[in-house]
Design a protein around this ligand. Structure first.
Ligand SMILES: Nc1nc2c(ncn2[C@@H]2O[C@H](COP(=O)(O)OP(=O)(O)OP(=O)(O)O)[C@@H](O)[C@H]2O)c(=O)[nH]1
Ligand SMILES: [Mg+2]
Length: 178
């Protein structure tokens, strides 16, 4: 059994549901009230996985929930250092990539380690009908064709486990030690 410590960061615009996703995953609960994250919060998740090389891994995920506000721009650059994977979260009702996704990709390209892997999570999918979501999935899939995209709902719990399952599998199998 090996112990691996990995850092993952959630970034994205204000109120998209970063904190709610982590709370749903770690505590299984959801609240409709909005309490803006100030600075950064941390959560620790311990998972056991066996990777493709048959190594048993005690995976300690350090999950950083990073404030989106402009005032925190300077410190945010430090928070992304040494990230092993970044999750960019967007809101299904605010999906203009130029406004809500691309700025975060450039943020992570500037501030996280070179070639740091990232995925996109479009949250609040409970607020939209399936047809509209299908359309927006297609648009995003075309634009970000090399990026894994999830549609989630912290409210219903949809795909929340799947996101962290994907992240854990990725981290135990595709390791770049930079
Ligand atoms: N309907 C719905 N509402 C959600 C969902 N996820 C979060 N919310 C709501 O959206 C609001 C903002 O959620 P937060 O998790 O605080 O968002 P955040 O991205 O952490 O926001 P900042 O900390 O300001 O960056 C809250 O009122 C949540 O209840 C979801 O999947 N569906
Ligand atoms: Mg928050």
């Amino acid at each position: 059994m090996e112990t691996w410590k990995k850092k993952i960061c959630l970034i994205g615009s204000d109120g998209v549901g970063k904190t709610s996703i982590i709370i749903r995953y770690t505590q299984g609960t959801f609240s409709n009230s909005y309490l803006m994250t100030l600075g950064c919060d941390f959560y620790e998740v311990n998972l056991k996985r066996t990777n493709k090389k048959n190594i048993e891994i005690d995976l300690n995920l350090f999950v950083w929930d990073i404030a989106s506000q402009k005032n925190f721009e300077k410190i945010r650059s430090h928070y992304l250092q040494h990230a092993n994977l970044v999750i960019i979260v967007a809101d299904v009702n605010r999906l203009d990539p130029k406004k809500f996704i691309d700025p975060w990709i450039s943020d992570l390209k500037t501030n996280s380690p070179p070639n740091c892997p990232y995925i996109i999570v479009v949250n609040k999918s409970d607020l939209e009908n399936t047809e509209k979501i299908k359309e927006s999935v297609e648009i995003l899939k075309k634009k970000y064709k090399d990026t894994k995209i999830f549609y989630s709902s912290a409210k219903s719990g949809k795909n929340i486990e799947a996101i962290f399952e994907y992240v854990a599998e990725y981290l135990v199998n595709e390791i770049n030690d930079y």
